[in-house]
Design a protein around this ligand. Structure first.
Ligand code: PLP
Length: 264
């Protein structure tokens, strides 16, 4: 039987991917697959396909604020997912809106550089991300390069990953889901979760596909699970399982080698 639609909506504040694989498009597909009504406030637009990003446009932050306010005025929002926020001005506007609206959960995917190499966050915006958004997040979902930039030190092995988890808590992160996919080798990919207590490890067989939009999908799936009433650890575990299954079914809609996730 089909699950009922969740009582609460999920809002994504992120970037648009014209190629439909990552960003807002992945987020809304993920929300829909979890039977959660999805709302979106578009913080940046990318002209992109499966081989890379050719242009980025950042709309006026006043218009972003209007989108966010419109969503909060009318919908019961259970969780907010943050993705590509482009620069420090956008980050400040989003932080200010979150402080006003105080959603129960904020899942922050600290998007910095696309797998294709395109910069999705200005280099000088790292301090704003760390100082303004990290303290507002229920959970952050960095991959290893992002965590290394947040911490200012490289993460090269499993032991360093555990140390990074502790380091991210010291920076002020309440919950951390640290994605292990960038660790070289091994038949498994292990993500680590901690909300300050016990560290949980979520392991899946490594799939030898280059997935596009996996990070966006993971964070959105966590937000959707929180809207459905799951606890934080269970939301993360289920989201990691979801991404693995969606990547296993991945397909290549464009001419590039990257696979887009199958959400349905
Ligand atoms: N484009 C947008 C708008 C994104 O938000 C992201 C990632 O968050 C990407 C592209 C990059 O996706 P990937 O690194 O999975 O290819």
């Amino acid at each position: 039987m089909t699950e009922p639609i969740a009582d609460l909506c999920a809002l994504t504040i992120a970037g648009s991917d014209s190629g439909g694989g990552a960003g807002i498009q992945a987020d809304l597909k993920t929300f829909a697959a979890h039977r959660v009504h999805g709302l979106s406030a578009i913080a940046a637009l990318t002209a992109q396909h499966t081989r890379g990003v050719s242009a980025v446009h950042v709309p006026d932050v006043g218009f972003l604020r209007a989108q966010i306010d419109a969503c909060f005025e009318d919908f019961a929002i259970g969780a907010v997912k943050l993705g590509m926020l482009a620069d420090a001005r956008v980050i400040a506007a989003v932080a200010e809106a979150l402080e006003r609206h105080r959603p129960a959960h904020v899942v922050l995917d600290p998007v910095m550089v696309a797998t294709s190499g395109a910069r999705l966050l200005a280099a000088d915006a790292l301090d704003a991300l760390r100082g303004r958004l990290l303290p507002l997040a229920t959970l952050i979902t960095p991959n290893l390069p992002e965590a290394a930039l947040l911490l200012g030190e490289p993460i090269g092995d499993a032991e360093a990953m555990r140390a990074a988890l502790a380091g991210l808590h010291r920076l002020g992160a309440r919950g951390v889901l640290l994605k292990g996919g960038h660790l070289p080798g091994g038949g498994e990919v292990t993500d680590l979760f901690s909300a300050g207590g016990e560290v949980l490890a979520f392991a899946h067989p490594r799939l030898h596909v280059e997935g596009h939009g996996t990070g966006c999908t993971l964070a959105s799936a966590v937000a959707a699970n929180l809207c459905r009433g799951l606890g934080l650890a269970d939301s993360c575990r289920a989201a990691a399982d979801y991404v693995h299954a969606a990547l296993r079914g991945g397909y290549r809609p464009g001419r590039g080698d990257v696979a887009v996730l199958d959400h349905f």
